[in-house]
Ligand binder design. Structure first.
Ligand code: ATP
Length: 238
């Protein structure tokens, strides 16, 4: 099986601060892969580098067989890699429908775009009910749903989600997690960054634990969920 995404010895620094210190991992098509780890481990930096927002110092990224080195962010979206960023980054003054349309900025197939907007409303009915409302009036969890819906509008092969459960109530979090499982079932490959290790590992095929810029442990979601060191460090057990 060839991987959809291959990351090899990736290093990323902010000036002298090395945030990612040479990580390697792959994402196979059809899988959910999660990166977990505490604040500052380098997870967000990794996603921002994959989507072309940060330039790596060294290393290799292959997406769908193509090197991403030097490819600008909008072309990376066009290749099929979408990013739902941390902190949501929706456009608060635009309506929900307009935010979704912006996610399709590279597409010209009007009927297909309409169909996918409808799909976002089916996934998250609240977005459909409020479609004409300014997105800034949505709750944090609803904005998170909109960010995911918007990322899906580019019909990505790989959807990267940065902390989709951040600040959500347990019920909202359940909803987001079950949506991630539904997306996988419908054929979307997912790279999920989460601080909620329990939730992320429960649904991931593969997981990697990051600590201060390195991957320190890798395994299937289930293996990591039952790993003693993971349970102590990330699942709050002693
Ligand atoms: P979090 O869950 O808190 O977002 P993270 O694992 O996503 O953590 P990163 O945001 O990737 O971690 O940060 C990795 C390291 O890089 C941290 O030490 C952070 O302080 C540093 N860093 C992140 N962004 C910048 C920046 N713009 N300038 C300088 N240092 C940065």
């Amino acid at each position: 099986m060839t991987a959809l995404l291959e990351v090899e010895d990736l290093k990323v620094a902010y000036g002298k601060i090395e945030a990612v210190k040479g990580i390697s991992f792959t994402v196979e098509a059809g899988q959910i892969v999660t990166l977990i780890g505490t604040n500052g481990a380098g997870k967000t930096t990794t996603l921002r580098t994959l989507s072309g927002l940060l330039k790596p110092n060294s290393g290799r990224i292959l997406f769908d067989g193509q090197p991403l080195s030097g490819v600008p962010a909008h072309k990376i979206v066009a290749l099929g890699l979408a990013h739902s960023p941390e902190g949501r980054h929706i456009f608060p003054r635009l309506t929900i429908a307009e935010n979704l349309q912006l996610g399709a900025f590279l597409r010209t197939d009007k009927a297909g775009i309409e169909k996918d907007i409808q799909r976002a409303y089916d996934l998250f009915p609240i977005l459909g009910e409020r479609r004409k409302q300014a997105a800034g009036t949505l709750s944090g969890g609803e904005q998170q749903m909109l960010a995911m819906g918007r990322a899906l509008m580019s019909q990505p092969k790989l959807l990267m989600l940065d902390e989709p459960s951040m600040g959500l109530s347990p019920i909202m979090m359940q909803k987001i997690m079950s949506t991630i499982t539904e997306l996988k079932a419908s054929g979307t490959t997912i790279l999920l960054v989460e601080q909620n290790a329990q939730a992320a590992l429960s649904l991931a095929d593969q997981g990697h634990v990051m600590e201060v810029g390195n991957i320190v442990l890798s395994g299937t979601g289930q293996d990591l969920l039952h790993d003693e060191s993971v349970r102590k460090a990330y699942l709050g057990e002693d």
